[in-house]
Design a protein around this ligand. Structure first.
Ligand code: HEM
Length: 85
C-alpha cells in the first residue's frame, strides 16, 4: 500500500546498484528492478546501467513509448526526493 512507500534521496538510491539489489528511478518513482532483470527485452546488461541512479533520461532515449509506470507498479519502492539538508 501507499503508506509503505518511502522517500528515497539519491544517496540511498546509489546503494542499490547490484544485480540482487537493484533500484532505479524513473520520472520521480523508485523501483526495485532486480526481479525484472531477466525479463527485460533489451537484456540485463542494458538495464543494469540505470541501477543505483536516476534512469529517466536513458529510459526515455531508448523507449519513451514503454509504460514503466504500469509495468513496474508492483516493484515500486517509493519516491525520489532531494537530499535532506
Ligand atoms: C526494450 C522495458 C530500461 C534498453 C524494452 C522493451 C520493454 C522494456 C518493455 C520492449 C519494447 C518494445 O519492443 O517496444 C524497460 C523497462 C526499463 C527499461 C521497464 C526500466 C526499468 C532500459 C534501459 C535501457 C534499455 C535503461 C538502456 C540502457 C532497451 C533496448 C531495448 C529495450 C536496447 C530493445 C531490445 C530489442 O528490441 O532488441 N525495454 N526497459 N531499457 N530496452 Fe528497455
Amino acid at each position: 500500500g501507499v503508506d509503505a512507500l518511502v522517500r528515497v534521496p539519491p544517496s540511498e538510491l546509489k546503494k542499490h546498484n547490484k544485480r540482487e539489489d537493484a533500484w532505479t528511478a524513473i520520472n520521480g518513482k523508485v523501483y526495485n528492478i532486480s526481479h525484472y532483470l531477466p525479463f527485460h527485452p533489451g537484456g540485463e546488461k542494458e538495464l543494469m546501467r540505470v541501477a543505483g541512479r536516476d534512469g529517466t533520461k536513458l529510459f526515455m532515449l531508448t523507449h519513451a513509448w514503454v509504460n514503466a509506470d504500469f509495468m513496474l507498479d508492483s516493484c515500486m519502492v517509493g519516491f525520489l526526493t532531494a537530499e535532506p539538508s
